[in-house]
Every structure is written in structure tokens, then in C-alpha cells.
Design a protein around this ligand. Sequence first.
Ligand code: GAL
Length: 643
Amino acid sequence: MSGHKRSLGVCYYPEHWPEAQWAEDARRMADTGLTWVRIGEFAWGRMEPEPGRHDWGWLDRAMDTLGAAGLKVVLGTPTATPPKWVLERYPDMLAVDAMGHPRKFGSRRHYCFSHAGYLEECRRIVMAMARRYGRHPALGAWQTDNEYGCHDTVISYSDAARTAFRDWLRGQFPASGGNGGDIGALNRAWGNVFWSMDYADFDDIDLPSLTVTEPNPAHSHAFLRFSSAQVARFNRAQVEMIRAHSDAPIAHNYMGRVTEFDHFEVGADLDIASWDSYPLGFLEDRVGASAEEQRHFARQGDPDFQAFHHDLYRAVGRGRWWIMEQQPGPVNWAPYNPAPLPGMVRFWTWEAFAHGAEAVCYFRWRQVPFAQEQMHAGLLRPDSQAAPALAEARQVAAELVEARESVPAQAPVALIFDYAADWAWKVQPHGRGLSYFALVFDHYKALRRAGQSVDILPPSVRDFTGYRAVFAPGLMQMPDALKAALAGAEAEVVIGPRSGARTADFAIPLPLPPAYPGLGLTVSRVESLRPDMPLAVVGGGTITGYREELESPTKAFFTDTEGRAVAIRQGRLCYVGGWGDAALLDRLVADVAARAGLETLALPYGVRVRDTGAERFWFNHNPHAVETAAGPLPAAGVLRVPR
Ligand code: GAL
């Protein structure tokens, strides 16, 4: 695989600062060694202060000023912040929460993806921007909207969503003549005979909220699939407008642990995936870390959470991905907002490059003294003096002079991530707190503790050539073609728990799961467990939270202390019938690695490695120095060793 350049950038809001300051800002950005500057994504109110009256003058001058300093602009479409006049034009464009309350104006993302009028309004502003700036010499790339899904905005229970959902369902259950939908087919597929829930017409179907007890899980899961499709459709409409007038690549900035829409589907319409990495902001409530880990990593961030998303978005971008927003200091929005350990901004930047990022952009250039994010650090303080992160960005820029090229390489291990599986677990977790994301992340962490570099793959992949091991835990709906591809892969394959546990229409399949060719296994019963009732496994580790009873003539290779099967293997295919704790997953990874001939590493706590085609990186996430096989590493230390 050929190499690519690594570069740095920053997010900038010219509309927040006096115009007289722009040229000096641009000069300092270039002087710091930055290449990219992202602008525009919240400035609709300044681009079009009144319906149809555009004010491009300031943006023209901003683009020209930044370009004159040698910077390349990433231009964001401003559709995450529709100004008040848009809402006055379409009072019903607001997203509606599950309690039926419309979201209000006064912050951002106050729109419903399904609202036809709003989508039209977005097409208009994006088309106007693409026409004006699509061939501007300073333009380097586009960003659509900002952080789809941020602030819980994918799911909307609005009237517009209800109408669109009914139409979408008609498409899912088409009538044989192709005219409208077959409501009988939907009733049968969902099992609506249960509790007399049959519908006479698609227009009788409501959104699955405010029911007395849970709605039909088939109904809920269909609504989550629909909601995801609406995001992809919304994004696609913008992409079409941009492509009509511009050849610059198009990105979107995704987030950490946002799973409400299928990023692979959105990514298929884009050229670059990017994501917004806030390692300290995430640690408290997105990572799932224990209180002790949160304390230990409070100023460094979780050792695996960022890496997981780097690997995920590398897959979403089909190899091309960026950090669009990198935390530069304390943020304003997490439960607690500590400052990073000195060196961490440089460390996070190199970690992203080690996972193949083309560019890392810091959020933001200067801390803004007004409005919602006045407590959010930037590379500069509000008084334009350097904040601590500026020197670290400058240091990376200097280091890139001799390490600019990155050589990608296929990792030896693959891990499948399926957004629809996350929705399925959400609809039917079976036990409090059981989450598909957490299950996959637990496997990822175990692989990383053993020193593995991992490729994350979408569930659509059928060719596993080159991988020595493939992990696919928790895929509740598994198409036969994926089962066959995994069964035929020249790799050690690990599946379960809950593999193929539901049909596409959310029923228990017959024959019973996992119905896997050649495995000779039936999951005869499932149970969820209180967190305080782990089941000990012979040889070490426990099953925690979720457990399956496995019926198979094959002798189990892990059993619990009561002699019941925990994991069985036929040839290269292994099924694990429960959620293993860290100790059990470490044993599983060691077992698979030995069979697959993978090199494993005994890493000190908090140390991780990542291989590119030309380098092995070592990262010390601890707040203290450690000894590694590659040499001593200080706190926040990074080692780059040629391979
Ligand atoms: C991101 C968002 C930015 C800014 C940032 C603050 O979620 O895209 O606009 O709000 O968080 O950390």
C-alpha cells in the first residue's frame, strides 16, 4: 500500500473575531506548522441573515485571507445551526423527543432529519455555498453539517418522522403489484397477532413511543433502522449539491460512541471519514471505565477508546480518515473537565497518526470569551497568548518534517462492528446495562492488551483474506452470506454470544441460533445475570452479565466451574456462549493468537502499541514513567520505532 502525508490543522470561527485580526491569526497558524483550517459550520446566520439575502462578503474575505497565508480551508455546511428565520418558516421542523416535546431554538441541532421543508432549505444553502466556493483556490475539503447525532438528535418522534416512517415501511413490505405496501406481510413479520396489535393500513402505524409497556421490538428496531436511513439520506442530499459544483473531497465529523446511525452507510457517500476526539471528555461517561481507571487516566484518557474509534473510522472512510476536532485542553461539557497532562496533546496527535490519520485538527484556534463554550480551551487563550497546547502542536509539526509519510498496512486481526447489532441490543438488552458497543469494546481492549493492531470491518465484508483472526461478537442478526464467509475464512474466527439470535424482522429464528454451518451447536436457553453474580470459569475469568446454555456434541474448551460449556470450537470456528470478563477475554485472545501464530506482547499496564507498515509505535498512557521492551517511556511518552 502506498503512503500518505500527515498534516495538522485547526478549527476557526472568523465570524467570532474582528476582521482586523484574521490576517494575524492566519499568519500564526501557518507559523505553527498547520496546513488546514476548518471554518463555516455554524455560520448560517451570517451567510444568510434573512431568507434569500446572502452575505458572502465576509466569507470571501476570510477564505482569501486564510488562503493567502498558505492554509487550506475545510468548509463546513452550516446546517447544524439553522437561524431563527428558518424555524419561523417551518415551525414544525423541530425534532421531537420520546415524551412528545419539541426541542427548542437557542442552541444547535434543533432539526428533524425527516422534515421535507428543512431538507429543501439545506439543499438551497449548500448549493449556494458550493456554487460560490466549490472552485475557490483556498478550498481543500468540505465537511457536511456537524456531528450528526450529537445531543441525541438522530431519533425524532415528530409528525414528519411518522409520515416518513410509514412510507419507509411500505418500501420494506412492498405489495406484490409494487403499489404501496403489504400490511398483512408486516403484521406477520412483526408478530402483531400478539396483544391484538394488527394494523389495517400503514397509516395506522405510529412511532414506538409513549406505549404503556414496551412496544413490539420489531417495531422499535424498524424505527431505529429507519432513523439511521434518514441521516444517510439527509447527508446524501448535501453531497449531491456539493459534487455538482466542486471536486474537493467531502468529509463529515463523527463522534465517539454515537451509534444511532450507520456510519458505514453515510461514509459510503463521502471521501473522508473524520471524528472529534475528546479523550478526557469521554472518560467519565462514554468509556465504561471503573472509578479507579477514571482516576488513573483522568489527565490522559482511556488507553483504548480513542484507538477504537481511529480504527473504526479508518474503516468508515475506506482508509481515508482525519481527526477533525482534537481536544487541546480542558473542555466545558463533561461532568468534570481536568487539564491534560503536559505532553498529551502531542501524544493524542501521534496516536491518531499511528492509526493512519491523514490530518489532525485541533478544536479550536482561540478560546472564545462568550456564549456556551467560553470554558473550552483552544490553542490560544482568549487574550491571544499561547495556551499550553500551542507548543505541543508546534512540536508535532516539527517532528512531522522528518516523519511526514505514513505507510498503511493491513492488521493481522479483524473485528467486525455492526451498527444494526447495537440497535438490536438496545431494543432487547435482556439485562440492565448490556450493550453491544461495550461487548465489542471489551474484545478490542483484550486484543490491545495483547499488543495486537486491529482492523475494524463493516458487517458487509465477505472477504477476510490476509487476516489471521477475525472476531465477530454479538452480531444478533447475521445474514447467511456472512455466516458462510466466516465459516470459509482462512482465519481463526470467534463468534458469540447472541450470534444470529434474531431474524431480520426481530424474531427468534428456527432452527434455533446460531444455526451456523458446520458448528453443530444450539443455544438452548439464555439468561442475564446481576453484576454481582459472575460465574467462575475453570482456569480463570468469569462470565458476567449474559450467559447462554450451549447444546453440542463437541467438547467445550472453556467450561464453568459447574462443568457447563462456555466456549466450543469446530475447526477454526469458535463460539463463546457468554460475556467474558477481562481475564477470560485475555485467555481467549491468548488461545486464538497461539492457534493463529500471532505475535503477542506482554505490555505494562496502560501501555499500548500500534504497527503501521513502516513503524511500531509505543504509547504510555500512564501518569508515570514505565519500562517497556522498546526502552523507557516517560509519562505521556511516545516511541516511534522503524520496523
Ligand atoms: C464538538 C462540536 C464542536 C464543539 C466541541 C466542543 O462536539 O463539534 O462544535 O462544540 O464539541 O468540545
